[in-house]
Design a protein. Structure first.
Length: 209
């Protein structure tokens, strides 16, 4: 997508989705006043449930930490209420503005709302536009990742295009943290970018440093 939409080449998507990801995109936790905090969530039952904590300041964001639980890998499937208690512990000490959640996770969204502590936003789940905008934000330095986010780094190395598909399509594996990253970019960061410059409301526009 970078070669196609940014460089203007007509190429088929293949290989790793974020094959440009390097150690330069890992950041120390930034300090300073005026930051806003968000949590993005990809929800699963047997598949992993993921929380990503984001610190956003002046249109840039760092994913500071992650939560990852796989019911399949641990042979222990958690209930919505158990995940909610994990969410509270994960958010402890942070004034979280919103929980940005997988739009298909209706029961968990309702569980969060019922407790009344966190506001919930249903995530924008446009996959291809979301991948394109996420890639642009990573390349431009608008989002970085703390070194503790090891599941995210694992997925950056594995998340791939389906080379056998007739159209651009990702393989639905190794994507749980990166789905949560995409939800944050498309639902929260995109709004901030559009405030800076309305032309950035279109996710296909190149983002500059």
């Amino acid at each position: 997508f970078y070669r196609r939409y940014i460089l203007g080449e007509w190429v088929q998507a293949e290989g790793r989705v974020y094959d440009f990801f390097t150690a330069d995109m890992v950041a120390e936790v930034p300090k300073g006043e005026g930051a806003e905090w968000y949590i993005s969530c990809d929800y699963g039952t047997q598949n992993p449930t993921v929380f990503c904590l984001w610190r956003m300041d002046k249109g840039r964001a760092v994913m500071e930490k992650e939560y990852y639980h796989s019911g399949r890998a641990t042979n222990r499937q958690k209930t919505d209420e158990e995940y909610y208690q994990d969410l509270e512990r994960f958010a402890d000490g942070y004034n979280v503005e919103r929980i940005v959640i997988d739009p298909s996770a209706a029961s968990f969204s309702e569980c969060i709302r019922r407790h009344g502590k966190f506001a919930v936003w249903k995530a924008n789940n446009d996959v291809l536009d979301g991948i394109r905008l996420t890639a642009a934000c990573i390349k431009s330095g608008r989002i970085k990742f703390h070194e503790s986010c090891t599941h995210a780094f694992d997925e950056f190395g594995l998340y791939s295009w389906d080379k056998d598909a007739a159209e651009d399509k990702v393989i639905k594996e190794n994507d749980h943290v990166l789905d949560a990253v995409r939800y944050f970019v498309m639902t929260v960061l995109r709004r901030e970018i559009a405030v800076e410059n309305p032309m950035y409301a279109s996710s296909s526009v190149k983002l500059r440093r």
